[in-house]
Design a binder for this molecule. Structure first.
Ligand code: GUN
Length: 289
């Protein structure tokens, strides 16, 4: 079994981006600029957004964090989005999800200028992805494609099972793996919680991408010998043996599955860092547009 080391791969991507930013600045131009809207103080969202700001600093991007109270109105958020759309000093921006219940997430994502939608969540970018047109691909699927590419994994003709059908990960992932690209050209099955014979189906996968959000859901019986296993999940579980009192696990039972497969992404250090690097890639792309 070989580890697909997202940490070192993402570090390489960050270094490439930082070198490009240095060139840009040396030529007298301004740095790429990412803005992030954070509503409320959900712990996970706070961490994700803090990481995004830190990543921007590390590669030399400018970043702006715009905070709103949990009670913010939809109109206020739409007003902020409109300002960001019109601000030519901002290349791309994200609205961290989830949003509080008074806000319609769909109304928010459709309001973002597709050329600044570095999350790739708006209908135009999702549509472009389906049509194989230039677009911003959402960060996690984009990061997984990059990881497969950088490890030169041959995916052509293989059966890829994507477990989970979210708009952010499972659905775009299934489209990307089915396209006539490298990596890609897979025969894809998009499986989910209502799929019949889920275990047998997963066990028929040459490439299994687990994005179902259930800790250690995929056991060894669900994995074909020598399969390629990509684990998108990340869940904190209690662990009294750790100083922190918890540890992070994926959607795959790593200890059981790693002996059986050919490649696997660790958790942490697999898909997560690649997702972070993808947002930087998309921001640079928005800047260069
Ligand atoms: N919430 C969880 N993942 C994401 C992401 O990639 N982008 C945004 N905007 N919100 C998220």
């Amino acid at each position: 079994m070989q580890l697909l080391d997202g940490k070192s791969c993402s570090q390489q991507i960050r270094e490439e981006i930082a070198a490009k930013v240095q060139q840009i600045k040396a030529s007298g131009k301004r740095a790429p600029h990412l803005a992030a809207i954070l509503v409320g103080s959900d712990g996970a969202s706070e961490t994700y957004v803090a990481n995004k700001v830190k990543d921007c600093e590390e590669v030399g991007f400018t970043s702006t964090l715009l905070r709103f109270a949990e009670s913010v109105s939809e109109a206020e958020l739409l007003q902020q989005i409109s300002q960001l759309n019109d601000n030519d000093q901002i290349d791309g921006f994200i609205v961290q999800l989830p949003l509080p219940s008074q806000i319609d997430e769909h109304k928010i994502t459709v309001a973002i200028d597709p050329g600044k939608d570095v999350d790739g969540f708006c209908p135009q970018n999702v549509g472009n992805l389906c049509l194989g047109l230039p677009t911003f691909v959402s960060a996690t699927p984009n990061g997984i494609m990059e990881l497969l590419a950088r490890y030169h994994i041959d995916t052509e003709g293989k059966h890829c099972v994507v477990l989970g059908r979210s708009n952010i990960v499972g659905t775009p992932m299934s489209i990307l793996m089915s396209r006539n690209t490298k990596p890609g050209n897979c025969t894809v099955t998009l499986a989910h919680s209502r799929t019949n014979n889920l275990k047998e189906l997963c066990a028929s996968a040459d490439i299994l991408i687990a994005a179902i959000g259930k800790a250690e859901f995929v056991d060894a019986s669900m994995v074909k010998p020598d399969a390629i296993v990509i684990d998108v999940g990340i869940t904190r579980i209690e662990d009294a043996s750790r100083a922190s009192g918890f540890r992070l696990v994926g959607d795959v039972d790593f200890a059981a599955v790693s002996d059986k497969c050919s490649y696997i992404t660790p958790v942490p250090g697999g898909v997560g860092p690649m997702t972070r690097a993808s947002l930087l890639q998309n921001t640079l792309k928005a800047y260069l547009r």
